[in-house]
Design a protein around this ligand. Structure first.
Ligand code: SF4
Ligand code: ZN
Length: 463
């Protein structure tokens, strides 16, 4: 684009990953406490169009190989720019930043993780000025309702902390707006396909009681975006007929999912992790995962780095959850959804949650119903399935009785087949006769590997 721009700006760089050995510096990310990005709408006279400010050391003053606190504040103005658009504009920082050769941007809001490559730095990307200019140009090209834009980059740790604290308040105020509204009260939901550049089949359905899985776009934000940019990635969805109010299935949502996923997915149950769950792209704030051994859910956020109670860390589960494929029992969800009365309504809601990473718990403590506060484990109380079972039974979790019953069946099943008396001619499982041990046989062991087993009823009886 601009002649003086030292690196290229193009969507072809969107998938660029900068590995540790190739990075010049890291901005934000897991090693620093404070990082964030924030878009604020301002009046026309408050914004100096194209201005880029740097508070703290510039890129060429940072030590190669280190990680730094980092905040990006973008202020926008325009006749059509309204407060509700802030989230939607902010959500584009991710893709526009990734258009910049040698600048990697991951995640959103309070959790950004950026890197500058050595190659780009050596080409001249040695000042935040270039990033600010590139963002301004991209924003004005892609979101023409933005008439003025100014950007401030913060690397001074104290200032980053200040912006971070301000940003948390702004995010909370945005999220709180949709609380109290019900899906039943509106005729229109919204759908977003911004993430199809990474997950081509993925479609988000955003309702008053189900925030987007990236956590950045709620129903109000989506409504504002669809109004101002009707040809953009966010469009209205006529809700249509409610086919199932418990699972959250609507004809209008199904139609739009089928259309915008190009037939890959045809039905969504908005309030369930089973059957036809909402798909996930890759930028979900948290993962909700089914734990079959206790028939409950675990929840983990991106900031939790160690393995969860099922032995898998967030990063391993993220590859299973993402990609726009419906995966029963695994769901990427936005943090605000935990506060929704519709949260996993069809699956038992909070009564089905058994484990939460402590980092996530700290963010959503207020969402946990009072009667469950001491009954849901974190990694401190349960680091594996056995300790989880013990914890849940001891604390009288709503699933405790079921876990005890499952354990009893398991003990029964695990008895060696040889121990079955020879006189017992057979065991019937749902009418299927299995040979019992004895009569010359050494018993039989059936091992199911990688199988998904759904058992509605298990009847074990002596003939
Ligand atoms: Fe849009 Fe969903 Fe991606 Fe958020 S996660 S940007 S709502 S497609
Ligand atoms: Zn996404």
């Amino acid at each position: 684009m601009s002649e003086s721009m030292p690196v290229e700006i193009s969507p072809v760089y969107e998938g660029e990953r900068i590995r540790k050995q190739d990075m010049y510096v890291e901005l934000g990310g897991p090693k620093v406490e404070h990082k964030c990005e924030l878009v604020l709408s301002r009046s026309m006279d408050e914004v100096e169009d194209g201005k880029v400010s740097i508070v703290g050391p510039d890129l060429n003053e940072l030590k190669e190989g280190d990680s730094y606190p980092y905040a990006v504040l973008i202020e926008v103005a325009g006749k059509m720019v309204e407060k509700d658009l802030e989230s939607v504009i902010e959500r584009r920082v991710h893709d526009f930043s990734n258009y910049i050769e040698g600048y990697m941007h991951l995640n959103q809001r309070y959790d950004i993780w950026c890197r500058i490559s050595k190659k780009a730095y050596n080409k001249g990307l040695n000042s935040f000025k270039w990033i600010g200019l590139a963002l301004a140009k991209l924003y004005k090209a892609e979101m023409p309702f933005i008439e003025k834009i100014q950007t401030t980059f913060y690397t001074d740790p104290e200032k980053v902390k200040e912006v971070y604290e301000q940003a948390l308040k702004v995010y909370e105020a945005r999220d709180a707006r949709a609380r109290g509204m019900r899906d039943e009260d509106v005729d229109t939901f919204y759908s977003c396909v911004l993430c199809q550049s990474f997950a081509p089949q993925h479609v988000c359905i955003i309702t008053p009681q189900r925030v987007s899985l990236c956590g950045a776009i709620n129903w109000f934000d989506a409504r504002a975006a669809a109004r101002v940019d009707p040809k953009g990635p966010i469009i209205p969805v006529e809700k249509g007929e409610c086919l199932d109010s418990i699972r959250g299935e609507y004809t209008g949502a199904n139609e739009i999912v089928e259309k915008r996923s190009l037939g890959a997915n045809k039905r969504f149950w908005l309030y369930s992790a089973f059957g036809f769950p909402h798909t996930s792209c890759g930028c979900f704030e948290t993962i909700l995962f089914y734990i079959p051994e206790v028939d409950g859910f675990g929840c983990v956020d991106r900031g939790f780095k160690t393995p969860t109670v099922n032995g898998l860390p967030f990063s391993s589960m993220a590859t299973q959850v993402g990609g726009g494929i419906q995966t029963e029992g695994f769901l990427g969800i936005g943090m605000e959804y935990y506060r929704s009365p519709k949260f996993m309504q069809a699956d038992g809601g909070w009564n089905r949650v058994v484990w939460i990473a402590s980092t996530l718990r700290a963010r959503i403590e207020d969402a946990i119903p009072a009667h469950l506060k001491d009954k849901i484990a974190t990694e401190k109380e349960a680091s594996d399935i056995e300790s989880l079972k013990k914890f849940l039974v001891e604390r009288g979790h709503p699933l405790a009785k079921k876990i005890e019953e499952m354990e009893a069946v398991k003990v029964e099943e695990e008895k060696p087949a040889e121990a079955v008396p020879a006189a017992m001619p057979g065991v019937t499982v749902q009418g299927l006769p299995l040979p019992a041990g004895g009569a010359g046989g050494g018993g039989m062991r059936i091992t199911l590997k990688g199988a998904k087993v759904k058992i509605g009823q298990l009847i074990i009886k002596k003939d």
